[in-house]
Design a protein around this ligand. Structure first.
Ligand code: XMP
Length: 514
């Protein structure tokens, strides 16, 4: 039912494939990624208006290296090959390749020429910087292609067959360091492929609402609300689409931050008046099951299973439910090609869907990236403060209390964690860091308060910079701010007499301590 123009990106395993998809969407054109191992049928069914072939680490023509699916050129839509994509086009269409004598990696100087539509509004014969990441290059053009760019080490750095609308570049226009890269992609999308920038969050909302209505009919939908951004945005869409047919179950495991459970409930009732919200306060059950459990994996498993148990019990009380809403987003379902084989990431927010309920799935965000989900949340009227909340692990504070979890230790951590966030906010750092929180260690150390000896808990501060949580580094916070946080925690949180700062990066450490 998608009505937008669509660009298909064929993934040959480049670390930048998702970035190409992002750049295309930023230009207002809907894009989807398929692994290069996808069957021809899937490529045809996708019915793209244009195709981009990504880069990749393999050597074209070597045994086991990905080849060009015949369906791609048969569709006769404009094609742009990037890096491996260019080499693959050259190889398949009769050109020749070799390992460049002067391997160019990273920044290099590109000179474009030939008045190609790909270079519209880009200065010709005046070198500028682009990013390269492959040692192989095209040395002989396939028939009907002409060269349209070079670098000091690469004679054919871009080629084109304008009669067939096939273009290819040896460098990466999608990376930020490539000058005029965005302009090149725009030239391909709008000039060459003639697409319209019709992918907007607003039009997406209308379409998502219509699709949900059509799929659900007069049945009911159950949704597990976690208080996170994704499930809340799904709730907002479904609330608009089907109103009282939506039932949200908020399993409050009691492992949230200070006042968070109540805040989530109050935000939901303010912004989605009339929402059927089942707030299940299950802290006692969770704490009971976690009693004395110290192993991190054990804790995670217990919390996951207990969550499903409670959700299942509540959902079964709703007789008209035929669908399960989920906050699955695009990065959760992208199948990516890797030289080692096809890896399919699949993630379900509700861990194990109770099978005997045999519910249909409603996943309105499955085509969106995280920042698009946030933009959608704003479009749907959810408050900015909520939309920009830090990521918070499903098992909550249980994985930030090292050792056994108890109500007393939760209370200590909640207070310390509140101070960390409060001070970051007051100092204008809250949005600058990826995450900033406190961890309660299973240690006691000696201190002195007034004239008395103390023997109390240690709190660690974990404050990190990151763009995607895959890698992270500890934030170089001003000493004064660290001093303010530490001073307040030791003064205000009873039972803590020492604060330390975690200065480890990810990898090899992780962001959370458990
Ligand atoms: P790590 O500790 O692996 O965390 O570096 C990476 C990011 O994921 C968050 N995180 C979780 N999120 N369920 C979640 O939804 C979880 O079980 C979970 N564990 C870690 C973590 O806060 C960080 O942003």
């Amino acid at each position: 039912m998608t009505t937008y123009s669509k660009v298909l990106i064929i993934d040959y395993g480049s670390q930048y494939t998702q970035l190409i998809a992002r750049r295309v969407r930023e230009a207002g054109v809907y894009s989807e990624i398929l692994p290069c191992t996808a069957a021809d049928e899937r490529i045809r069914e996708a019915a793209p208006s244009a195709i981009i072939l990504s880069g990749g680490p393999d050597d074209v023509g070597e045994e086991g290296a990905p080849t060009l699916s015949p369906a791609i050129l048969e569709l006769r839509v404009p094609v742009l090959g990037v890096c491996y994509g260019m080499q693959l086009l050259a190889h398949t269409l009769g050109g020749a390749l070799s390992v460049a004598q002067d391997r160019e990696y990273g920044p290099t100087e590109l000179t474009v020429y030939g008045a190609s539509p790909l270079w519209k509004d880009i200065p010709e014969n005046a070198p500028f910087t682009v990013w390269m990441s492959h040692g192989n290059t095209v040395t002989a053009l396939p028939t009907s292609f002409r060269a349209i760019a070079s670098t000091p080490g690469v004679r054919i750095a871009a080629m084109a067959d304008e009669s067939k609308n096939i273009y290819a570049v040896q460098f990466h226009p999608e990376v930020h360091h490539s000058t005029h890269g965005t302009q090149m992609l725009h030239n391909f999308l709008f000039g060459i492929a003639g697409l319209k920038p019709d992918w907007t969050v607003r039009s997406f909302v209308d379409q998502a609402i219509e699709e949900c209505r059509a799929k659900v009919g007069d049945a009911d939908v159950v949704l597990a609300l976690s208080g996170g951004v994704d499930s809340t945005v799904v709730a907002a869409i479904l609330h608009r689409a089907i109103g009282s047919q939506l039932h949200c179950i908020f399993v409050d495991h009691g492992l949230m931050r200070l006042d968070e459970g109540e805040e989530v409930v109050s935000m939901l009732s303010t912004h989605m008046p009339g929402l059927n919200l089942h707030h299940i306060k299950a802290q006692e059950l969770f704490l009971d099951k976690l009693k004395g459990v110290e192993d991190p994996e054990q804790k995670r498993k217990i919390i996951g299973h207990t969550f499903i148990e409670v959700f299942d019990r509540e959902a079964k009380k709703l007789p008209k439910v035929r669908f399960l809403g989920q906050g699955t987003i695009y990065p959760d379902i992208i199948e990516s090609y890797s030289a080692k084989g096809v890896v399919i990431k699949s993630h379900h927010n509700v861990g194990g869907l109770p099978e005997e309920m045999s519910l249909g799935l409603i996943e309105p965000l499955r085509e969106l990236f995280k920042d698009e989900v946030r933009a959608l949340g704003i479009e749907l009227g959810l408050p900015e403060e909520f939309i920009w909340r830090q990521p918070f692990p499903g098992p909550g504070l249980a994985v930030r209390i090292l050792g056994a979890v108890s109500e007393e230790r939760l209370a200590v951590l909640r207070q310390a964690d509140f101070i960390v966030r409060d001070e970051l906010k007051k100092a204008g750092w809250a949005r600058k860091v990826w995450q900033g929180f406190a961890v309660l260690l299973p240690l006691r150390t000696v201190g002195v308060m007034g004239d008395a000896r103390t023997y109390e808990n240690v709190v660690a501060l974990r404050i990190v910079d990151s763009v995607d949580a895959m890698t992270a580094d500890w934030t170089r916070l001003p000493y004064e701010l660290l001093a303010a946080i530490s001073g307040r925690i030791i003064r205000e949180v009873k039972g803590v007499n020492r604060v330390v700062y975690d200065i480890s990066s990810k990898p090899p450490s992780t962001i959370e301590w458990e």
